[in-house]
Design a protein around this ligand. Structure first.
Ligand SMILES: Nc1ncnc2c1ncn2[C@@H]1O[C@H](COP(=O)(O)OP(=O)(O)OP(=O)(O)O)[C@@H](O)[C@H]1O
Ligand SMILES: O=P(O)(O)OC[C@@]1(O)O[C@H](CO)[C@@H](O)[C@@H]1O
Length: 300
């Protein structure tokens, strides 16, 4: 089974405006509320691509309930831990020419609640896939992703990690199946701004040397590069289209990559499906549908 973990789910409040004037009353052109949080987005797109999966993580309050209900309606199984206090965050995504995001810090997660998650994950074994994606609330120990991978070591669970900086770097020693930094996050890890493919490849190779089996570097409108575990380096340009809402493009890419790999065992194919899923989401107001992803794949 595929499991996704979202420590800090969100409702994404997507607001469109002609322009944003700070310090004034602004009126929207449109607004929409979508389920969010990186692992949840991965679950959604995996389901769209025909892969059953279970969404794990922590939810609280009426916003948390809305996420559970929305996933159930989509046919994604959930096994969230319910926090006794606080509220699952509402992240604001402003579309006013540029895209501006305000992401909440999220509710506190107690040591007991974390232990409950560890207990659920202890049941995973051979053939299971685990996706750890997104930020962790400030109340959590910063080595939490590392602790999860340490507990799963030797169980042959395919782990994909989409996180930034230390959360990501610290899991490399456990040889995760996939990591997906974007080019900016990759540069931040090495204190550099990466501008050329050569520089991106050089840094991605370093993460591979530190243990990552496959490194997928996403580059928004510039496409993606994959260093696979067999020594292959694949570079794909992004699809061309009108960008409507790129929130979740990276998560869609992770979902597409995993679906493509699980369906074929082929990394080049996985990258194509990941790329199509990422671009299809960027070209859509919400996360991409299967038919939108297939339409792009058929273009190539
Ligand atoms: N403007 C775009 N045009 C075409 N394709 C895009 C665009 N933005 C994203 N994509 C596709 O989606 C993939 C992932 O996008 P991106 O690099 O922005 O991920 P990310 O930074 O993790 O995004 P997010 O955090 O919003 O999910 C890209 O590699 C590309 O294939
Ligand atoms: O604050 P985090 O966990 O890093 O990111 C959360 C988030 O921006 O990521 C998703 C898009 O990737 C959104 O649905 C969600 O609001």
């Amino acid at each position: 089974m595929i499991y996704t973990v979202t420590f800090n789910p969100a409702l994404d409040y997507v607001v469109r405006m002609d322009a944003l004037a700070l310090g004034q009353v602004n009126r929207t052109v449109s607004e929409d509320v979508q389920l969010g949080g990186k692992g949840i987005n991965v679950s959604w797109v995996l389901r769209e691509l025909g892969h059953e999966n279970v969404a794990l993580g922590f939810v609280a309050g009426f916003t948390g309930k809305a996420i559970e209900d929305g996933l159930a309606a989509k046919g994604v199984a959930t096994d969230f831990i319910h926090l006794p206090a606080g509220l699952t965050r509402i992240n604001v995504k402003l579309k006013a020419g540029e895209e501006t995001e305000i992401n909440g810090k999220g509710p506190d997660i107690s040591a007991e609640a974390l232990e409950e998650l560890f207990h659920k994950l202890d049941a995973l074994g051979e053939g299971d896939v685990l996706v750890l994606a997104g930020s962790i609330p400030a109340s959590m120990p910063s080595d939490v992703y590392e602790s999860i991978l340490a507990r799963l070591e030797g169980k042959n669970v395919l782990c994909a990690v989409d996180a930034t900086r230390d959360l990501l770097v610290n899991v490399l020693k456990y040889k995760p199946f996939l990591i997906k930094p974007n080019n900016h996050e990759l540069g931040e890890i090495f204190g550099r701004v990466l501008t050329t493919d050569e520089e991106i490849r050089e840094c991605a190779e370093k993460l591979q040397q530190q243990g990552a089996r496959n490194v997928l570097v996403s580059m928004a409108g510039d496409g993606a590069m994959l260093l696979d575990e067999n020594g292959g380096c694949h570079r794909l340009a992004a699809y061309k289209g009108k960008v409507k809402n790129s929130v979740g493009a990276g998560d869609s890419m992770v979902a597409g990559f995993l679906a493509g790999y699980l369906d074929s065992g082929d990394y080049a194919h996985a990258l194509r499906v990941g790329s199509a899923a990422g671009s299809a989401t960027a070209f859509s107001d919400v996360l991409a549908t299967r038919s939108e992803i297939e339409a792009l794949l058929n273009q190539a």
